[in-house]
Design a protein around this ligand. Structure first.
Ligand SMILES: Nc1ncnc2c1ncn2[C@@H]1O[C@H](COP(=O)(O)OP(=O)(O)O)[C@@H](O)[C@H]1O
Ligand SMILES: [Mg+2]
Length: 347
């Protein structure tokens, strides 16, 4: 491989990586994907790729030698890997930030410390389980790390069931169920000098997996602006470079609680590919490469539907209208509940 032009290294090869790579191409930026899976949609679109365990130093050295900057499409890259790479090359967003946002406990403590409200929670290691009030239930127990799409979560409708359960280790938080009115998310990007954000997306989850997202969210301008201000505060306090997503619960009283932060581009932002003047992916590339960010302007109203598991087969033979955009991620293996594609309908 001959490194002639600026090359962005991306850890992770899923659909988020694929869209990042395609956006980079549009900006004439070369991409090099490092993934640990053969079934990685991004590798068919990047200029180069490596398939290897994330801790393989030889492979990492080759990767580092051939890129100018590294970023990632999912946050569960081992710390050792990110630390090793950061010693030699810039990683954006910074691994020290990922350490906070990769861990539900650290994330919630950080948010509360800057005056941002989250759900009520306890760290199971530090609490006497019997002392948790009955009224705290129903509740979710969540692993502090590595959870996604509802994985690593157990729902307890009452204290009795909770006390009966034996947990494998203590790296869990318990979180009170929020009887929310709706869920929204805010995708925000920051480079060294500026932040820009999309308006809120309204999200519907089924079995803790995102089912659909729509814009505009059916919320007041005031609430939208509040979500934006909270997201801005978070991204600025963290000195974060790149795109992130803040997930919120809107309570029955129209108050915002932050559910969690994804330190990367996000599933709810997929509709920006078709319904906005700029996508979340392009603004991520712009942010990490310190190019001028594009201020998002909505062109259409839109709804995005995730396509999970074997449903993809129906869509592959379906007629797609001019107002629909169908994305087949091209994953080799179809698995139940696996994100296989999505469709965005514009109005
Ligand atoms: N405390 C809670 N109250 C109500 N719903 C919740 C709560 N925690 C999680 N959920 C539901 O489960 C979904 C996934 O949980 P989340 O904490 O965002 O984890 P993941 O990392 O899997 O996305 C949320 O978007 C929401 O619909
Ligand atoms: Mg979530």
């Amino acid at each position: 491989m001959n490194k002639k032009t600026f090359t962005l290294g991306i850890f992770g090869g899923g659909q988020l990586g694929k869209f990042l790579v395609q956006s980079a191409k549009k900006l004439n930026i070369r991409t090099f994907v490092f993934t640990d899976s053969f079934d990685s949609p991004a590798i068919y679109h990047s200029d180069d790729f490596i398939i290897s365990n994330y801790k393989n130093k030889k492979k990492l050295d080759f990767f580092i030698k051939n890129i100018d900057l590294a970023t990632f499409e999912f946050e569960n890259i081992p710390f050792q890997t990110l630390d090793y790479v950061e010693k030699k090359i810039t990683v954006s967003p910074k691994p020290s930030i990922i350490r906070i946002l990769q861990d539900r406990l650290k994330e919630k403590n950080f948010l509360n410390s800057i005056g941002i409200k989250t759900t009520e929670f306890y760290y199971l290691k530090k609490v006497n389980k019997r002392k948790i009030n009955n009224s705290f239930f129903p509740a979710f127990v969540k692993t502090t790390r590595f959870g996604y799409d509802g994985k690593g979560q157990i729902f307890f409708k009452d204290k009795k069931n909770f006390l009966k359960y034996s947990f494998k280790n203590n790296e869990y938080i318990i979180e009170k169920l929020v009887n929310f009115k709706k869920e929204i998310s805010m995708v925000i990007s920051r480079n060294k000098s500026k932040t820009v954000a999309f308006d809120a997306f309204e999200n519907l989850h089924k079995h803790q997996i995102l089912e659909k997202s729509k814009i505009p969210a059916n919320i007041s301008r005031k609430l939208n602006n509040e979500a934006r201000e909270i997201s801005k505060k978070i991204i600025n306090k963290l000195n974060y470079i790149g795109t992130m997503c803040v997930e919120f619960f809107v309570t029955k009283e129209n108050k915002l609680l932050v559910n969690e932060i994804a330190p990367r581009v996000h599933n709810s932002g997929h509709l920006t590919l078709n319904a906005y003047n700029v996508s979340q992916f392009e603004n991520h590339i712009r942010a990490v490469c310190n190019l001028k960010l594009k201020k998002p302007k909505r062109i259409y109203k839109a709804t995005m539907y995730n396509i999970l598991g074997f449903d993809i087969e129906k869509y592959r033979s379906k007629n797609i209208t001019k107002k629909e955009f169908f994305y087949d991620y091209g994953k080799k293996e179809i698995k139940d509940k696996r994100k296989m594609g999505h469709i965005t309908k514009i109005i």
